[in-house]
Design a protein around this ligand. Structure first.
Ligand code: GTB
Length: 216
């Protein structure tokens, strides 16, 4: 059975590939697994049919004939475990790639989410400039550490893996902040990942949803 994922019918990012279905699409493309997408409005995401799949009423979700999942990290790990292409063959290598997935989600992403929350909800506060500087510094610390570890390597642990897919997806959320550009090897790392044919196919697929929605 072809797995089905859910995504925004009208993503607020206007097709920039920042919603979390993008990373799942990318994983499917990397392993060559066809997938279907069910598009949802914000209202549909809060209805019982979707809440039965996703207790928090969000996207993405994953369904095949036997299994339903929510959480992009869990979905990508499942896809990577089911198909060759996103995890090394040896057990230690698989553990290290999984380690990088968790590092992306639990250590690198949290201050980036703080930044997005601040930009979205706190711009009009008197202390906004101070808070922004603090969050930028927290992010710089993490990026500096990541940059140090990556060094001149192409990927975090040898070959491209689900760990890189997740890390790049997280770094992309810094968008136009200019923070990634402060670390040339990280900027090159993101660009290298975005040049992968699988990434391009996934990006084009989610962009087609935006184009269709814009056409009416
Ligand atoms: N931890 C979950 C996961 O990784 O799967 C988080 C899922 C999540 O945050 N989903 C968001 C959602 O469904 C969409 S991706 N939000 C609707 C809601 O909570 O009601 C987050 C996102 C949304 C929009 C942009 N954007 O416009 O740039 C970027 C990222």
């Amino acid at each position: 059975m072809t797995p089905t994922i859910t995504a925004f019918k009208a993503s607020p990012d206007r097709g920039r590939g920042l919603a979390r279905d993008m990373r799942v699409r990318w994983a499917f493309e990397e392993v060559g697994q066809p997938y279907e997408v069910r598009l949802l409005t914000f209202a549909e995401m809060k209805e019982p049919a979707h809440l039965a799949l996703h207790p928090f009423g969000q996207i993405p979700t994953y369904e095949d004939s036997e299994l339903a999942l929510f959480e992009s990290g869990a979905i990508i790990l499942h896809v990577a475990q089911q198909h060759a292409g996103l995890l090394p063959d040896d057990a230690d290598g698989r553990a290290r790639a999984t380690n990088w997935m968790f590092a992306a989600l639990n250590t690198v992403e949290p201050p980036i989410l703080e930044l997005q929350t601040a930009m979205f909800a706190e711009r009009d506060r008197s202390w906004f400039a101070e808070r922004l500087a603090l969050i930028h510094d927290q992010i710089r610390v993490r990026l500096g550490q990541l940059s140090q570890r990556l060094g001149e390597a192409d990927w975090l642990d040898g070959h491209f893996s689900a760990g890189d897919l997740m890390m790049v997806s997280v770094l992309q959320r810094l968008g136009s902040s200019g923070l990634v550009a402060e670390f040339p090897n990280l900027a090159a790392y993101v660009a290298r990942a975005e040049a992968r044919p699988a990434y391009r196919r996934a990006f084009d697929a989610q962009y087609a949803v935006f184009l269709a929605a814009s056409a009416g």
